[in-house]
Each structure stands twice: as structure tokens, then as C-alpha cells.
Design a protein around this ligand. Structure first.
Ligand code: KG4
Ligand code: ZN
Length: 354
């Protein structure tokens, strides 16, 4: 034994029913049952459907996670669950199950912030990795970027549990904007990944889409609504039948501007804080970090600022998952509660309030 405990982690914040078993920052099992295909025909996540599917699948993902981890149920030392942010009625399912199990097993329970999970996801290590865990002293203070379907946040992470949001979106999240652009191009939902694929065969300077907030000259927050409207008008002006090449060019042009905007704000925020010397890493997490082009650009921003970009080691850790919740929990075992009534859903929980 190395003094660390095995944690059963659960996340039901949106449309993935997820359970994982972690030990420190090591992932022993990470099971995700995605409902995305069920929501696709509605063009967005239907909360009531998400709740019903979470209820149907939660026991199954937990059983599989424990079985795959190779540990016995008695060896689980604590339960961690996403308490927010997320869809209230979806969060509720995971929280109720986590309380039920923690009580049954007589183990402590931790309520974890989903954004913090994404932020710390680059610290997760695979089961096979040898050697000691990375300590928080080595990593923090650090910078962070969380980009997903619900979040676009640039964060100063002083230490686990102490975060300041330096900039965030005032309207759509980056992933949401990419999804909407994909939908305008008839690429289905959620379309971020397919937009990336099309963009690879397109020319990013093919269409003159605006760089968000360039005219306002601010890098204090992000906004994607203007870019979205410009894309909508542009497509409208092009008639009904877009060729494959036009779709690829539009995808590349939109993605380029959307990423350029993020890069600009990340870079400006890091420079503004002017204490990069103490920070060595830029942690990047969330569904959109699956995007190779975005990783390349963030790596460049990191390099320009003498930082190292850390991204999750596997694509399974970029989108919603429970392993990242277990990893975040490993940094705050001191906050474990045995009074479960204190843990409740927090649909709008900011990472600054953890
Ligand atoms: O983290 P996530 O699974 O869920 C939230 O917490 O929101 O992120 C989902 C988002 C979606 O908007 C999806 O289109 C986007 O991540 N995404 C991508 C890629 N893969 C997923 N965006 C760009 N490129 C990708 N390869
Ligand atoms: Zn998420």
C-alpha cells in the first residue's frame, strides 16, 4: 500500500453516464456510456431524456468500472461525484447514487466541480505508468484553459482548490460555437469533431470571417455570437447547394477564427498577469482539446511564454468522463465529508468557489 485510497468517481453532469476507479492520479478504470446519439436527433441535449438514461445506465457503468479496475468493492476508500456545474436533473442522478453507495459502504463522499475535473484532467496517468505521481508542488501555480461544449475559461490555478477565472465567454462556449457552425453546414450534432475533419481539407483564408472582439480591442473576455452570425449570413449568401470543397473551406475559416480568438485571449491574459516565471505549465482540458489544430496552437502560445502545454494523455479524458473527477478528488481528500446532506447539486457552481 502506498497510502493512497481507491476512489469510485461518478459524473452525470450532461449526456454521458460515467464512472471510474482511480488511485491518486492513476486511472484504474474509466467507463463512459454516451447518450450523444440519442440527443443528436433533437440537435441538443434534452434534460429529461438525459436524466432517464442516466437512471437506466448508472448501475451498469459503476459495476463495469469496479470490475475492470481489478479491485474489490471493499477496497474502495471514498466516493467522488460531480456536484456541478451541469444540468440540474442530470447531476441529481449521480449525486443520489454516490450518496447511496457511500452510505452503504460507510465511506466518505466528495462533491467535485466538473470544470475543475476538466482542468486537472492533464494530470491523469494510465494504469501502466510507473513511477511516482506528479505532485501538486511540481505543477502549481499553473495556467489553465478549459474548453468544452459548456465552458470556455482561462484560469490562474494557484494550487488545487484555489482558482481565479481570468477570462470567460460572454455568450457561447467554444465547443457550442463549433457545434452550431457544424449544424449550419449540415454536419450533424455535436459537430466539433467532424468540423475539424472537414477543416483539414479546407483553406482557412477562403472566406473573410471576422476575428471576434478585434474591433472592440478587448482581451478580457470571449464572445462567439458575432462570428456565428457572420457565418450564418455568409452561408445564406452562398445559395443552397454547397460543394464539398466549399463546406471544407467554410469549416476551416470558421475554426481558424474561433481558435485565433481563444489564442489571443489566452496569450494576453498570461502576459498581463506578468508572473509567468513562477508558472511552468499550461493545463488544457475539455472536449475541444481533442482538436489537433487547437493543441498545436496552444502549444505555440505556451512556448512563446516559456510554458509547457499539458493535455490529457488519452482522448477519452478530453470529453466528459468520471476519471477526471477521481483525479481532482485525489487532490482534496482532506475535504471528504461524512455528512452527506451537505453535498447537493450546484448547476452553476463556479470553479472559483470550490
Ligand atoms: O467536455 P465535453 O464532452 O462536454 C462538456 O462538458 O461540454 O465537450 C463537448 C464539446 C462539444 O462541443 C464537441 O463538439 C467538442 O467538445 N469536441 C470537439 C472535438 N471533439 C469534441 N471540438 C473540436 N474538435 C474536436 N475534435
Ligand atoms: Zn464537461
Amino acid at each position: 500500500m502506498d497510502g493512497k485510497i481507491n476512489i469510485l468517481a461518478i459524473d452525470t453532469s450532461c449526456d454521458e453516464t460515467a464512472a471510474a476507479v482511480t488511485r491518486g492520479t492513476k486511472i484504474l478504470a474509466n467507463i463512459i456510456w454516451s447518450q450523444a446519439a440519442l440527443h443528436a436527433k433533437f440537435g441538443g441535449v434534452m434534460p429529461a431524456l438525459a436524466q432517464r438514461m442516466h437512471r437506466e445506465r448508472i448501475d451498469w457503468v459503476i459495476e463495469r468500472a469496479i470490475k475492470k479496475s481489478g479491485i474489490k468493492t471493499e477496497e474502495i476508500g471514498a466516493v467522488a461525484v460531480t456536484a456541478g456545474p451541469g444540468l440540474a436533473i442530470a447531476l441529481e442522478v449521480g449525486i443520489a447514487k454516490a450518496k447511496e453507495l457511500a452510505e452503504k459502504w460507510g465511506k466518505p463522499l466528495l462533491g467535485i466541480n466538473h470544470t475543475e475535473g476538466h482542468l486537472l484532467s492533464p494530470l491523469a496517468r494510465s494504469k501502466e505508468t510507473r513511477g511516482a505521481d506528479i505532485t501538486s508542488e511540481e505543477i502549481f501555480p499553473a495556467w489553465g484553459v478549459v474548453v468544452s461544449g459548456g465552458h470556455t475559461e482561462i484560469i490562474a490555478a494557484d494550487k488545487p482548490g484555489k482558482y481565479t477565472v481570468l477570462a470567460k465567454t460572454s455568450d457561447d462556449a467554444l465547443g457550442e460555437a463549433l457545434d452550431k457552425a457544424a449544424r449550419m453546414l449540415g454536419l450533424g450534432y455535436p459537430g466539433g469533431a467532424i468540423l475539424e475533419k472537414m477543416a483539414r481539407s479546407g483553406k482557412k483564408s477562403a472566406y473573410p470571417l471576422p476575428l471576434p472582439m478585434a474591433r472592440q480591442g478587448t482581451t478580457d473576455w470571449l464572445s462567439y455570437s458575432g462570428l456565428k452570425t457572420a457565418m450564418y449570413r455568409l452561408i445564406g449568401s452562398m445559395g443552397n447547394d454547397l460543394s464539398e470543397q466549399q463546406i471544407c473551406d467554410l469549416a476551416a475559416s470558421f475554426q481558424n477564427r474561433a481558435f485565433q480568438h481563444l489564442e489571443r485571449v489566452v496569450s494576453a491574459q498570461i502576459k498581463k498577469a506578468n508572473n509567468t516565471s513562477r508558472r511552468k505549465y499550461l493545463l488544457a482540458g475539455g472536449g475541444v482539446i481533442a482538436n489537433i489544430e487547437l493543441r498545436r496552437r496552444l502549444r505555440r502560445v505556451a512556448k512563446e511564454n516559456n510554458l509547457r502545454l499539458l493535455v490529457p494523455y488519452s482522448l477519452k479524458l478530453t470529453g466528459d468522463n468520471a476519471a477526471m473527477i477521481g483525479v481532482a478528488a485525489a487532490f482534496k481528500t482532506a475535504k471528504m465529508a461524512t455528512d452527506f446532506t451537505a453535498i447537493d447539486r450546484l448547476p452553476r457552481w463556479s470553479i472559483e468557489e470550490v
